[in-house]
Design a protein around this ligand. Structure first.
Ligand code: ADP
Length: 399
């Protein structure tokens, strides 16, 4: 079965076509600037070669979806859209309603709509993607895979905030967590890779990309995660400030004559590595080269990230009463040997030992701890797409 994976944003639509008979990528593409001047589609073969490129007005997600199907056919990877057995959609917020992926029905769409207040940027875009695919491929089954689902196993003591309980009941104010598909993939994959049973294991997954989050996983189930009601909480990120005193919002709003919305926007888009280093970049590679060249604020930004990461890992070790495996994943986690070594060396007291030579690698599955290390430390490149495709295939085969 060929599964199409769709990740719809407000002005973009990313897609991948995967052959689920062998889990091989067939093609991947991206529609950008939907309903904005300069809209375009670019599709690539698995080797990265551009196979299709359209530059034309794309007024909405329905047109983007039609173009995506045209590109898949023109590039010859499918002869007709009937070859697509199912579509798997990445959906940001499933609230407390979804602890796993599901076939999309009217009720499911109503729930995704209900959670728009919790995911105001992504959920409407995800819905547009779903409705566009339904319009263009009305007989093809559609599946929703939620970013929040994996974290639904957290106990209340981990997901509740210390505000009056009524807010949880009335508005769903609680920690939800994000990057769930990545945390699920990595925590499962590392057990296969190490040939260990997830039952009885305590695993920490560090997903470090533009957005970053950690999860604590016991017996294969998430028991805590660092992102919260929104993806703003937790670690210092590329452009997000991460956890800070909530009183900052009012204090900054009052002093800068900003609205709470403006402060939140600043905390999401102008903070983190970008805001601390102050050089117009949130890219860890730039931060590293600036810091290595003696740039003080870039160095501070990096030190803040390392320190916060150490504290968060430490807190999850405490939360789980120990740790067996620590995994690094996503852009920085997979490609940052310096960060991995610097942060892991802080856990020497726990018996963590990193093999510096083995650690000096990028983007591949590898155990970077020494055989006598008390904790196994791994790099596991994330693969959210394959998780979405697997869920989609599994659900559709049951229909
Ligand atoms: P997103 O959260 O957008 O999926 P990624 O997981 O791609 O982000 O992570 C982006 C971050 O990873 C950036 O800070 C970037 O500097 C870093 N990164 C990505 N690729 C590399 C690489 N090859 N070497 C070093 N850092 C990388």
């Amino acid at each position: 079965m060929k599964v199409l994976i769709v990740n719809a944003g407000s002005s973009s639509l990313k897609y991948q076509l995967v052959d689920m008979d062998n889990e091989e990528l067939i093609a991947k593409g991206q529609v950008e600037r939907i309903n904005i001047e300069g809209s375009n589609l670019k599709q690539k073969a698995p080797d990265g070669k551009v196979t299709v490129e359209y530059k034309e007005p794309i007024k909405d997600h329905v047109v983007a979806t039609q173009l995506m199907l045209k590109a898949l056919q023109e590039s010859g990877v499918i002869k007709s859209m009937d070859e697509i057995g199912a579509v798997g959609h990445r959906v940001l917020h499933g609230g407390e309603e979804f602890c796993e992926s599901c076939i999309i029905t009217e009720e499911v769409k109503a729930c995704i709509r209900k959670f728009i207040p919790l995911g105001p940027l992504h959920n409407p875009a995800n819905l547009m993607g779903i409705e566009a695919c339904e319009a263009v491929m009305p007989t093809t089954p559609q599946v929703a895979v939620f970013d929040t689902a994996f974290h639904q196993t957290m106990p209340p003591k981990a997901f509740m905030y210390g505000v009056p309980y009524e807010y949880y009941k009335e508005m769903g104010v609680r920690r939800y967590g994000f990057h769930g598909t990545s945390h699920r993939y990595v925590s499962k994959r590392v057990c296969e890779f190490l040939n260990i049973d997830p039952v009885g294991k305590k695993i920490i997954v560090c997903h470090l990309g533009n957005g970053s989050s950690l999860s604590a996983v016991v017996d294969g189930k998430c028991v805590d995660t660092s992102m919260g009601l929104t993806p703003l909480e937790g670690l210092l990120m590329g452009t997000r400030c991460g956890s800070c005193d909530p009183a900052l919002v009012q204090f900054i709003a009052n002093n800068k004559n900003m609205t709470p919305d403006q402060v939140l926007n600043m905390m999401n888009k102008e903070s983190g590595l970008l805001g601390i280093a102050g050089e117009g970049t949130s890219d860890m590679r730039d931060i590293d080269s600036l810091a290595d060249g003696g740039h003080e604020r870039a160095s501070l930004a990096r030190n803040m990230l390392y320190y916060q990461l150490k504290k968060l890992i430490g807190s999850y070790i405490a939360a789980m009463n120990g740790v067996d495996v620590i995994c690094f994943t996503a852009g920085i986690g997979e490609n940052g040997p310096e960060l991995r070594e610097a942060v892991m060396s802080e856990f020497a007291w726990l018996g963590v030992k990193i093999d510096k030579e083995v650690n000096n690698c990028k983007g591949k599955e590898v155990v970077i701890s020494t055989p006598d290390s008390k904790v196994t430390v791994c790099v596991i490149p994330t693969n959210e797409e394959i998780m979405i495709a697997r869920d989609t295939k599994e659900l559709v085969e049951k229909l």
